[in-house]
Design a protein around this ligand. Structure first.
Ligand SMILES: Cc1ncc(COP(=O)(O)O)c(C=O)c1O
Ligand SMILES: N[C@@H](CCOP(=O)(O)O)C(=O)O
Length: 514
């Protein structure tokens, strides 16, 4: 794993004062909103200064086609039934229920059910591949199921989603004897991870709150890299300040440079992710900084669209298995929720079985599952090449257990050697995946070898980040530079003298294999 310290040492955060959004030290509550700042930076909701009323762009077109509807959503305590008395408007700034539990976004299902499954399938299908604002986004093409009440003008989007559902033909056939294996490449995305799906929703809602003069002066998160990259990019696009807490020396260089480049206020903190998470929760309880981690259930509304998209890409046929790498554990629940909504609203007749895959070095969910869901214990997460899931005390543990129980799910784990080998095997078939996807592929390999997943089962592995964010781990593997690891699929370059004879010798040797 690359050390981030050298980069941070030479990094000086941009000067931030005097600025009305600058956070004063202390416990005073601020009542300044983003909308009331004098920041001249354009937001992505205002046309450029040169624009005229006659400009034709995709947002103008969206305004002309705005439709009235009666869909709505609200926060309710997680796991409560439809009649819960405790609920909150999505325009409130609230992350926890009165009893301290998690929240969930609950849609008015009766209103959505006024339209049948065929209606929704046609509507969603009609929006794929278009530039119509905001439906060209894979997330906002499902706007009615995500944030039905937000004004399209307030949406901050990079047209995320619509990611490749890749037929992993060679990997499936060659390594597993499977011919219906698919990889959902959620990491081939704007900032290189699935976090974009949730962040477009969260930052859009913050943008709306700012326009409503709500007391939000910035958005903050703790991160193992990907959440901070997505947060800083979407905030930068909207002209909203972002603040990110990163565990020092525990994220890849490619991830670290993303929030720096996007102008976030980056704190490199001498702790692990769980320590950063604790701090951001304390800070956001005191300062008007909106919390962007998946503790905030808004994020999951965007992330769930990847599940809907998988069904859509299979022409609304349901796969048998979906395997998701898990860390803070919001995403496994988001997948469940997406599948469940499609089932409940009549688009499909069942949901897939879910598998959550963890690194053995950071496996609190796996241990809990193996203990028959008795007596959850957070763990101290050890270093793992799957650094984005190096999390010992996941905030969404209850959501994950719920999703797995309701989907007849399974939890698996991967050692460092297993995940790195799986990543190398996948790469050798033309992919370029991240170590977290290596964790998910290891789960697949284990479940296939034990016969739980049959060779003919249609299986989707969710790839969560772009491999280019994790090149250092690949370099170490292919250099066979990892202590106590055989690196059996390493493919190091061969050093050759610059003369014809030497080059011919090595080529002839190489070609003997074929
Ligand atoms: C690349 C990557 N994969 C998987 C995960 C796990 O997602 P979750 O935290 O929602 O379980 C994360 C973040 O935690 C991630 O950044
Ligand atoms: N892998 C995540 C960890 C935080 O997860 P979140 O979904 O709760 O934001 C990251 O990239 O930071």
């Amino acid at each position: 794993m690359a050390s981030a310290s050298s980069m941070l040492i030479s990094y000086t955060p941009p000067s931030r004062s005097p600025n009305p959004r600058h956070f004063p030290v202390g416990r005073r509550r601020l009542a300044v909103s983003c909308a009331s700042t004098s920041d001249p930076a354009p937001t992505n909701h205002s046309p450029p200064a040169t624009a005229t009323a006659t400009i034709h762009n995709i947002r103008d077109e969206a305004r002309r086609h705005r439709q009235a509807h009666a869909f709505s959503a609200k926060y309710v305590p997680f796991g409560c039934d439809f009649t819960a008395s405790e609920s909150y408007s999505l325009d409130e700034i609230v992350y926890r229920s009165r009893s301290g539990g998690l929240l969930d976004v609950q849609h008015d299902m009766d209103a959505l059910k006024k339209f049948d499954g065929a209606y929704w399938k046609n509507l969603f299908d009609s929006r794929v591949g278009k530039t119509t604002w905001p439906y060209g986004s894979g997330v906002w093409s499902k706007k009615e199921w995500v944030l039905p009440e937000i004004d399209s003008d307030h949406i901050v989007s990079a047209f995320e989603g619509n990611s490749n559902l890749f037929w992993a033909e060679r990997f499936g056939k060659h390594f597993l004897g499977m011919d219906d294996l698919w990889v959902k490449h959620c990491g081939i995305s704007h900032t290189g991870s699935f976090k974009d799906l949730g962040m477009t929703v969260l930052v859009s809602q913050v943008n709306r709150l700012c326009k409503m003069d709500r007391p939000v002066v910035g958005v903050g998160c703790a991160s193992t890299g990907d959440t901070s990259a997505a947060l800083s990019a979407y905030c930068a696009a909207a002209g909203i300040p972002s603040i990110v807490f990163l565990p020092a020396d525990k994220i890849s260089m490619a991830q670290l440079v993303q929030p720096i480049a996007n102008g976030a206020f980056v704190l490199s903190i001498d702790t692990d992710f769980d320590g950063c998470m604790k701090l951001i929760r304390e800070v956001t309880a005191e300062l008007p900084i909106y919390l962007a981690n998946s503790l905030n259930s808004l994020r999951l509304e965007g992330q769930k669209t990847a599940a809907i998209e998988i069904l859509q890409q299979f022409d609304w046929e349901v796969p048998d298995w979906v395997i998701v790498p898990g860390g803070n554990l919001g995403n496994i629940y988001a997948f469940y929720k997406g599948f469940k909504m499609c089932h409940e609203l009549g688009l499909v007749d069942r949901i897939p079985r879910l598998v959550c895959a963890q690194a053995a070095n950071a496996n609190p969910l796996y241990l809990y599952y193996k203990a028959g869901w008795k007596d959850f214990k957070a763990v101290k997460a050890n270093n793992t090449f799957a650094s984005a899931i190096q999390i010992g005390d996941p905030v969404s543990i209850d959501r994950a257990v719920y999703a797995l129980q309701k989907s007849d799910g399974i939890v698996e784990e991967a050692t460092e050697e297993e995940l790195m080998d799986a990543m190398a095997q996948a790469d050798s078939t033309g992919m370029f995946i991240c170590p977290h996807t290596g964790v998910a592929l290891t789960a697949l390999i284990k479940l296939r070898n034990s016969g739980v997943i049959a060779p003919t089962d249609r299986t989707v592995v969710v790839s969560t980040a772009h491999g280019l964010k994790f090149t250092q781990s690949k370099i170490e593997y292919h250099s066979k530079a990892i202590p106590d690891m055989a690196c059996q699929y390493a493919n190091p370059p061969m050093q050759v003298k610059a003369d014809f004879g030497s080059v011919m010798d090595v080529l002839q040797d190489y070609l003997k294999k074929y």
